[in-house]
Design a protein around this ligand. Structure first.
Ligand SMILES: C[S@@+](CC[C@H](N)C(=O)[O-])C[C@H]1O[C@@H](n2cnc3c(N)ncnc32)[C@H](O)[C@@H]1O
Length: 228
């Protein structure tokens, strides 16, 4: 299909849904994948940037013309119905995704979701679990020369389904801690090496050194499989 490996990975995690919303759609490739493969009946393409939205609505102009897709220029869930079956938010910071989900007027926990936060996935995990979400998959993958986190889940159906993550799982992702996948361990080793680089710098303040050493120790415990 000619998409980047990151986009292919995200698409492979999307489930069939009657209605689908791609929030922060930019190019619109994931909506194209859903529509072309008959995985949704209707797609909302939403973006805060006019230029980005235009890219998506241009790519999907035939679907827009046929009433199978609609472009919305706006922030987060503005214009996205709360009963939308599947929501994708990819390529934004975790805090920004939390801001969208928790918006006092437009925020909601989607029926099904795929989130691919670029930063602060720990804040997003904590928010999901504390606010009616259930996480099904939560891991790191390697694509196009970079590491990415992805969180796949749905709205929690019953109180019995309430999940609790320990501190390791919240910070690094439950599937990473349990499965110790190749990409996760490679990223952990790389982060540890980066810390060594910082520690070797001259003029580092004691407090910063202490924090870095503590962080390095946590990463080493992951590599040694000592996260219990
Ligand atoms: C890095 S691009 C990612 C595009 C696509 N989702 C992907 O993963 O390839 C981020 C997109 O999100 C849009 N965006 C950022 N903040 C947003 C918000 N609060 N609401 C809607 N769109 C937003 C940007 O305009 C940009 O098009």
């Amino acid at each position: 299909m000619g998409y980047s490996k990151r986009i292919e990975t995200i698409c492979s995690l999307l489930k069939p849904a009657t209605t689908f919303a791609d929030v922060g759609c930019d190019h619109g490739y994931c909506s194209e994948y859903m529509l072309k493969n008959g995985l949704c009946e209707f797609a909302i393409l939403s973006d805060i940037s006019k230029g980005s939205l235009e890219k998506a609505t241009m790519l999907l102009k035939d679907y827009v013309k046929n009433g199978k897709a609609k472009g919305i220029l706006g922030n987060g869930f503005v214009g996205v119905p709360k009963d939308t079956q599947e929501v994708l938010i990819a390529g934004m910071g975790g805090e920004e995704i939390v801001a969208i989900l928790s918006h006092e007027r437009y925020g909601f926990m989607p029926e099904k979701f795929v989130f691919q936060p670029m930063l602060n996935p720990d804040k997003l995990r904590a928010y999901i679990l504390d606010n009616g979400g259930f996480i099904e998959r939560d891991y790191t993958f390697f694509a196009d020369g970079k590491f990415y986190d992805v969180i796949v889940g749905r709205k929690r159906r019953t109180d019995e389904e309430k999940q609790s993550y320990n501190a390791w799982e919240t910070e690094f992702g439950r599937d990473n801690i349990i499965e110790r996948g190749e990409a996760f361990l490679a990223r952990t080793a790389r982060k540890k090496k980066d810390i060594d680089g910082f520690l070797n710098r001259e003029g580092l303040q004691d407090k910063s050194r202490e924090e870095l050493l503590e962080r390095k120790n946590r990463l080493q415990r992951i590599l040694d499989n000592e996260t219990d």
